[in-house]
Design a protein around this ligand. Sequence first.
Ligand SMILES: Cc1cc2nc3c(=O)[nH]c(=O)nc-3n(C[C@H](O)[C@H](O)[C@H](O)COP(=O)(O)O)c2cc1C
Length: 423
Amino acid sequence: MMRSPLLTERFDDALVWASQLHRFQLRKSTPIPYLSHLLSVTAIVIEHGGDEDQAIAALLHDTIEDQGVWDNEIAERFGAEVAALVRACSEDEEWSMAPWRVRKGEYLDHLASAHMPARALLVSAADKLHNARSTLGDLRRHGEKAWTRFSGGRDGQLWFYETVAAVLCERLPGDLTDELHDTVADLATFPRGQIGLLEGIATTRAIRRFRPDPIPERDLARILFAASRAPSGSNRQPFRFLVLRDGPRAREAKTLLGDAFRSGWGAKRSADGYESGSGADQRSPKARMAASIQRFVDRFEEIPVVVLPCLVRYRSPFPTEGGSVYPSCQNLLLAARALGYGGVMTVWHELVADQLRALLGIPEDVLIAATIPLGRPIGGHGPVRRRPLGELVFEDGWGTAAGWAVDPPGTRFTGTGPRHPRE
Ligand SMILES: Cc1cc2nc3c(=O)[nH]c(=O)nc-3n(C[C@H](O)[C@H](O)[C@H](O)COP(=O)(O)O)c2cc1C
């Protein structure tokens, strides 16, 4: 059966027109024809589900600002919808005389405002993602001096990108804005590998999608070394780490775990009503988390490395014993993040703990404290969202917010789960 094509002759016309209009324009301080940017932005829009109007708007998104094309010409050629999208992605002529930072501030207000149509957000996000990717490439090729090419320098550009990413992540949640967020984070922490301790702590998220590539042993050793530096009661170091890669027993254990994870998630998915409320909207954070966990459990066996952090018990179980193993789990996840890997803390092994014990020879007095899958992430970490500090930090008594405990500007929030009735 012939399906009607997404892109028709209208798109072909826009492609030729964009090429003609920008014929003599180059990417800033480079010999690269400007068209490369327009084609890249259009590709991103198409890859993220854009329709023909959005794809045409992507091709033409700089024609008003850079080529002085009038809105009505775009409307005559491609319709009012495309003209409105291109207008929404353009800086207003009124701002053009203002200093760079003021102009960008106006643009950011516009992006966050109701005047920015929802359908234009995809084009803007693709535009900003391609610019951020190009800047990151420039930094890798030319080092820090690449910043000097851009108005506002490093500080100004980072302020702009970080604010754009924050606004777009809020208004258009999804893979595209997650990638924008992460690319901007890479810009801020360039050169790679020099992510600050606080930055790493504040940006490490649960990663559930992995590339199949194995983790080299020297990286695994560094990750587990970091885990082993964790504190424990009396420095007894009761933590042990059982690593599962691709040996026959490891594969058998991964199969056991995969089945356990699928039933653990199946039960949680219906008990916690992941399909109801906001979960009915496929774009909501709840539905996206459900889809990501479903994919995670469906492909559990393909995860390159699974670590079972264990606790060697030296007395009968007591409420705070986890305090001597869970700090090591977080160290492990942070070290993985620092080396470009990701992972997630999980507990669904409980359902097959006895079978795992038998298969892997884990003694009776050893608790399997967690299951941590690890690998190179597919997609990004995206922004970490938690409750505002004001809801989490009390002073001098339960429920009394500490006035000084405020989140840094641009912090993202979420309020999953019930609050205590006395808060
Ligand atoms: C004690 C604990 C148990 C967890 N158990 C599971 C689990 O069984 N399965 C899972 O997919 N994620 C599990 N998680 C991951 C949490 O869902 C995740 O850390 C949380 O939603 C925050 O995600 P974010 O950092 O991406 O915002 C667990 C996390 C913790 C700390």
